[in-house]
Design a protein around this ligand. Structure first.
Ligand SMILES: Nc1nc2c(ncn2[C@@H]2O[C@H](COP(=O)(O)OP(=O)(O)O)[C@@H](O)[C@H]2O)c(=O)[nH]1
Ligand SMILES: [Mg+2]
Length: 297
């Protein structure tokens, strides 16, 4: 009897233990689930915070790039013009674009200067313009300002526009070599925003045509046609993309295709087989003196 009681007690104890054990397990599971939920909640909150911060930065960037009210005063322009030694009797043109795109070479060609001539703008990979250089061009009644490449600076196009004080110039030319890069596009947008005339020029056409000729074993004519077709397609694609993205700025620009050989020939009164858009480029810049001189013969 005692044994049975004992057994009964033992069973009772072990049932209680079992119930307690189950309860403990359930409690543990509940706790774990609660911890997991808290962990997830924390992760979600952090993710939300990160996203909000990204959005804030993006909005700030947007505001900087496209300010509602451009705060460039007449005084800013006057001061900047004094600093750059702006010539009111000439056309003052800033030359922007990535390093190595051919800015300095273009200025030498337009001014018909050789390496040993005074005023020659240093060119080549090691010749990175760290500061602005001013090159008077009496033949075309222009002052050229070779600027450090926008692509090398870790600044937004808007800051670049401000830091280079592009608003001080009569015109900006944007030099590029292949398809427009992100900094190029941003600069175009900023110029457009400030209604600053910006002329886009694609240099080194002779080199690209020559490369096509060599690589694909084409004639000069075939290579030239293929290159020009690709350039036109590139501009059309770029415009279509901007329109599809409903960008506030649908770029309307001519991408003048030139080479230094084409330009040099023109300013020397000759026509080059490399010539593409050099004459139209000169017209867009208003370089009539040089143009008349160039195409007269
Ligand atoms: N074939 C060819 N080479 C060019 C032309 N323009 C520039 N280059 C070369 O491209 C390199 C970079 O040119 P540079 O004027 O120094 O570029 P920048 O950094 O924009 O001033 C140099 O080696 C130039 O000789 C061009 O129209 N045709
Ligand atoms: Mg240069």
């Amino acid at each position: 009897m005692l044994g049975l009681v004992g057994l009964g007690l033992g069973v009772t104890i072990s049932v209680v233990d079992m119930l307690n054990g189950r309860q403990l397990k359930e409690e543990r599971e509940l706790r774990q689930r609660a911890e997991q939920r808290a962990e997830e909640e924390k992760r979600r909150a952090e993710e939300e915070k990160r996203r909000a911060e990204e959005e804030r930065q993006r909005a700030e960037q947007e505001r900087r790039d496209h300010p509602a009210e451009p705060n460039i005063s007449a005084n800013d322009i006057e001061e900047a013009r004094r600093d750059i030694n702006y010539d009111p009797d000439a056309t003052n043109i800033a030359v922007a674009g990535n390093v190595n795109s051919g800015k300095s070479s273009l200025l030498n060609a337009i001014r018909n200067l050789g390496k040993d001539d005074p005023g020659w703008a240093p060119t080549g990979a090691s010749e990175v313009t760290a500061q602005q250089h001013r090159y008077p061009d009496p033949v075309h009644n222009c002052i050229w300002y070779d600027t450090p490449g926008s692509g090398t600076q870790s600044v937004t196009a808007f800051r670049y526009y401000y830091s280079q004080r592009l608003f001080a110039y009569d015109k900006v030319i944007l030099v590029h070599e292949t398809t427009l890069t992100e900094p190029d596009i941003r600069l175009l947008q900023v110029c457009n925003h400030f209604k600053q005339p910006c002329i886009v020029v694609r240099t080194k056409s002779d080199m690209h045509i020559y490369n096509y000729q060599k690589e694909l074993e084409w004639t000069q004519q075939e290579a030239r046609e293929a290159f020009l077709r690709e350039v036109r397609e590139d501009v059309a694609r770029f415009t279509a993309q901007a329109e599809a993205a409903q960008a506030s700025f649908a770029p309307q620009f001519d991408d003048f295709v030139v080479s230094t050989t084409g330009i040099r020939a023109l300013v020397r009164g000759r026509r080059s087989p490399d010539e593409v858009d050099e004459i139209r480029f000169f017209e867009a810049l208003g370089l009539r003196g040089g143009l008349e001189q160039g195409i007269a013969k």
